[in-house]
Design a protein around this ligand. Sequence first.
Ligand code: CP3
Length: 344
Amino acid sequence: MKPQKTILRALAGETLPTPPIWMMRQAGRYLPEYRATRAQAGDFLSLCYNSELATEVTLQPIRRYGFDAAILFADILLVPQALGADLWFVTGEGPRLSTITTQSELDALKPAADIHDHLNPIYTTVKMLSQELPSDTTLIGFAGAPWTVATYMIAGRGTPDQGPAHALKAENRAVFDGLMTRITEATIAYLQMQIDAGAEVVKLFDSWAGSLLDQDFIDYSIKPMQQITAALKKSHPNTPVIAFPRGAGERYQGAHAAIGSACVAVDDGVDAAWVAQTVQPDGCVQGNLKSSHMVTGGDALVAETRRIVDALKGGPHIFNLGHGITPDGDPENVQLMIDTVRGG
Ligand code: CP3
């Protein structure tokens, strides 16, 4: 049977007259209603683990804008926490984790099969969402790709150049590879549970893929995402995967085939016309609009949105930003983007 929902149709390779649309970080601090619910939850992690409130913030941008997809409200760093790492968020700064840089620290992590008790509230959120979403809205689950998750687990925080992860890779390949394997196994198990709970699509965020050079890009961004995609294809053959190797540049070419994903999400570092010529012939593409347009708005937002829609209209396309909307994004600019995509 052919899919009915627009996002699923685009992921199945269909070229639609108007691209379906959603937005990375669509549930987030730029929305006053998100800030209110987050205050009610207390802090960000409490919000992630409170299924009622996580469902509520996932639904907020759907109610306000009627996006074609909802993305589960959670975080890529819940998997390290489920594996036994300490995790906390420092207001105004970002995540902090206990670090993994030695064999004994790696050995102290839980086996991938033991993550589900901890992550059970997330599966409950997915179940609640699959009951509450409008019938034409697609539910997207997600996880971090192993390299990006490893960069946080090794450094214990976000880093501008992922230096600590590159250093461990160079100095102790056994621990680095062991950590990558553990994350890969846990990610497969986590996404399988999300799909069983009702996620119709899953997305892999490799936010720091761009700092992997040459063979490392293949070995540590592409291959782990390929392994996860292949495992999901085996267990859940009808669930499309969106892969987002952010910062891949020219290496977006061929990424669909190398990963085996239905869709490749592109950041704003590549030109839409180039994407249409070299990436889209291999399958659905998503992304590309600079997030800063959600801050600045105006004619430039309209012109860039039109240019991307026009460049990618000859093949399967899901409209999105090149990265997440920032807290200073203006909710009215989001509406302007949507009206431009849908209204021409
Ligand atoms: O709406 C959605 O997109 C779904 C929810 C979602 C969040 N994080 C919520 C969130 C998703 C898909 C993510 C993915 C994520 N988390 C990534 C990959 C995508 C990317 O942005 O590159 C990464 C690297 C993380 C790790 C993370 N989480 C960082 C570095 C931070 C702090 C930086 C920041 O933006 O504050 C977070 C916190 C976070 N995750 C927030 C939200 C809404 C802000 C937390 C808050 O409310 O204070």
